[in-house]
Design a protein around this ligand. Sequence first.
Ligand code: HEC
Length: 149
Amino acid sequence: MQKTLRLLCLAIPCFAQAPSAYPPYASLADIMAGILLPKSNAVFGVTKQAPKNESEWTSVQTDAAVLVEAGNLILARGRLKENGDPVPQSADFKRHVQALVAAAKGAHKAALRKDPDAVFAACEPLYQACYSCHQAYRFCPTCQEASRQ
Ligand code: HEC
């Protein structure tokens, strides 16, 4: 068995990306509804009411950190959309993910500084990241996505 695998590796560049023990299971819609939506809402919430104590700040810090991590979840190889199609891996789609990650990092840094104004400032690019990816990839799955794959 080992030998066969080694031989295969000579022929194709396998193991370039180590296979994960746990391949993606949740759909992209699950990741969005279960992580992106509640975690971003928690960050946006700071603009309505600033955290009042240490534990409320810790909670926003954690939410923003998980939003950053969501970039990896979205792009995990083998992740499928709700309709069973693979999540795009195009450069354009990755740019949208990168915008999300950058904005969430900004929110995380602001939360670490416990600076409500800085969290507020990070919310605009965060919102834009959701909005612009949805414009391109969520609401028009047949026309735009097909040409952007
Ligand atoms: C890189 C692209 C991208 C970014 C960034 C993104 N989304 Fe999405 N979102 C999608 C796509 C594509 C779908 C459709 C998922 C499917 O069909 O499985 C979706 C679907 C959703 C859904 C619907 C889930 C359902 O149950 O049907 C919600 C809610 C959502 N996104 C929230 C957000 C929020 C909030 C953000 C920003 C914090 C965000 N998304 C950022 C691409 C993105």
